[in-house]
Design a protein around this ligand. Structure first.
Ligand SMILES: Nc1ncnc2c1ncn2[C@@H]1O[C@H](COP(=O)(O)OP(=O)(O)OP(=O)(O)O)[C@@H](O)[C@H]1O
Ligand SMILES: CC(=O)C(=O)O
Ligand SMILES: [K+]
Ligand SMILES: [Mg+2]
Length: 499
């Protein structure tokens, strides 16, 4: 009965369309906003390759996001493809409020007033949604707006008003972020704010369990989020957004505690010298790969496609380089939330990913992860699971195998294989919906939800993939399994020839 049940479930997933896998393995995360929240656009984005829909709770109301969540679920059903929803928490970011006229054009040399007093309707005053703001700046402070695209220099502080001269002008939109350099004020707010807790409750209420925490400082910030969810009896998956200096100083502890990590280059590029971003990106990707944590490279990847149908060469190269560095996922922000070409941008991402992945082996690995584990430091701390994943990679290469089948509870086994960025697909079979959802962030992993007991998995899984037409008769596949009694996790691999 168990076997029938699993077959029924898997074939249900496959029946909608004859099972096919994408032509690329890099996962694509898209920020959903006014340009993309309709069911119709979402279906096309999913078909173009969107794996994860990101809702940035810094923007929009709970009601709006609730409707967007409904649309995403309906669109995923329409497309017959899985989509994971990521809730991005606002964090302690100082933002400007809603502008009376949008965009507000700031001109070089002009003097503007930023104010924490109600400024509604007065187009000459820019509201700031942070009461202590005037205390954080003083004459000479530099204020960066909108990820540093706009710059102001403070002339004077008068009560709740701050007057500043525009050094670098341009269009300003509502609710853009602000970053202050110089001024003596210290921003002493925890990475997990009260608003973040409300947003976690909102997400849990919508049946979601994957959250990204903005401006994480240290591992304790992750624990606070986990504890908050635990009060409602829930377990959550946390993606730590690395976007400030303190997080870089604590990166090893953060990576150990977190489920996944995002290189949030928008804020990071203002919080640290911008020229250090490329090296930081490579270092975080390497560390995340070693620990088998999925890593997302985010912000400005195809920025010019917000307005144009074609990206720049530099942007295409940036996406390709992040993939060669070993990123699991790439993310789109403005491009899909407010851009003119959300669907085309996703399709472009997918095209760059396919082409880059095809050439990865001839270009050579960005970081030598295999070497790390086979000699040097990785050798000392090696686990049984590490050894199994290394043996899987060896078998895939030596025998030219196209599929690894991994029954999994926590997702560790497919993630540990995926971190080597193999050419084979990792098909992960799990009974845990949360595990299946979170594997959407891992390179080259396709999760399937099953209901059967472990003993019945092998036959059922093989039957199902044969039915899908993914595997040719006579083809070899790798299957991982846990056989040690009383020990959790994978400790064995089998090389099976499909009849
Ligand atoms: N739900 C939304 N409603 C309206 N506009 C949105 C929404 N989500 C995103 N946007 C727009 O897209 C822009 C880019 O999105 P993004 O998620 O990068 O935000 P951000 O303001 O840079 O903040 P963060 O640092 O948290 O990412 C936002 O600044 C905003 O203008
Ligand atoms: C994504 C994000 O928060 C950033 O790039 O700053
Ligand atoms: K955010
Ligand atoms: Mg940010």
């Amino acid at each position: 009965m168990m076997v029938e049940e699993v077959l029924h479930r898997i074939s249900e997933q496959a029946k909608r369309k004859r099972m096919s896998l994408p032509d690329h393995k890099t996962k694509i995360v898209c920020t959903i906003g006014p340009a993309s929240r309709s069911r119709e656009v979402l279906v096309r984005m999913i078909q173009a390759g969107m794996d994860v829909a990101r809702l940035n709770l810094s923007h929009g109301s709970f009601d709006e996001h609730r409707e967007t969540i409904r649309n995403i679920r309906a669109a995923a059903d329409d497309a017959g493809l899985p989509v994971t929803i990521l809730i991005d928490l606002p964090g302690p970011k100082i933002r400007i409020g809603d502008l009376a006229i949008e965009p507000l054009e700031l001109h070089k040399g002009e003097v503007v007033t930023l104010t924490t007093a109600p400024a509604a309707g007065d187009p000459t005053r820019i509201p700031v949604e942070f009461e202590q703001f005037p205390q954080l700046v003083s004459e000479g402070s530099i204020i960066y707006l909108s990820d540093g695209f706009l710059q102001l220099r403070v002339n004077e502080v008068a009560g709740s008003d701050v007057r500043a001269t525009v050094i670098v002008g341009g269009p300003l939109l509502s609710r853009k972020g602000m970053s202050i350099v110089g001024g003596g004020g210290v921003l002493a707010v925890s990475a997990l704010t009260d608003r973040d807790r409300e947003c976690i409750d909102f997400g849990l209420g919508e049946g979601l369990d994957t959250f990204s925490i903005s401006f994480i400082e240290r591992p304790e910030d992750i624990l606070r989020a986990r504890e908050h969810a635990a009060r409602s009896g829930k377990t959550i998956k946390v993606i730590s957004k690395i976007e400030r200096q303190e997080a870089l100083a604590n990166i090893d502890g953060i990576l150990r505690e977190t489920d996944g990590v995002m290189i949030a280059r928008g804020d990071l590029g203002v919080q640290i010298p911008i020229e250090e971003v490329p090296a930081v990106q490579k270092r975080i990707i390497q560390k995340a790969n070693i620990l088998g944590r999925p890593v997302i490279t985010a912000t400005q990847m195809l920025m010019s496609m917000t307005d144009n149908i074609r990206p720049t060469r530099a942007e295409v190269t940036d996406v390709a380089n992040a993939i060669l560095d070993g990123t699991d996922a790439v993310m789109l922000s403005e491009e899909t939330s407010i851009g003119k070409y959300p669907v085309e941008t996703v399709a472009m991402m997918a095209k760059i990913a396919r082409s880059t992945e095809e050439k990865r082996s001839s270009i050579g690995p960005g970081c030598n992860l295999l070497g790390y584990f086979r000699q040097g430091k990785g050798r000392e701390k090696i686990t049984v699971n590490d050894v199994v994943s290394l043996n899987v990679i060896e078998a895939l290469d030596a025998l030219n195998i196209r599929f690894v089948l991994t029954p999994t509870r926590s997702g560790i086994t497919p993630r540990n294989i995926s971190r080597f960025k193999p050419e084979a697909w990792v098909l992960a079979f799990t009974r845990n919906p949360s595990t299946a959802k979170f594997l959407a962030f891992s390179y080259g992993v396709r999760p399937f939800l099953i209901r059967s007991e472990k003993e019945y998995w092998h036959g059922a899984i093989l039957d199902a993939i044969r039915d899908w037409g993914l595997i040719e008769p006579g083809e070899r596949v790798v299957l991982t399994e846990g056989v040690s009694p009383g020990r959790e996790g994978t400790d064995s691999l089998i090389i099976l020839t499909v009849d």
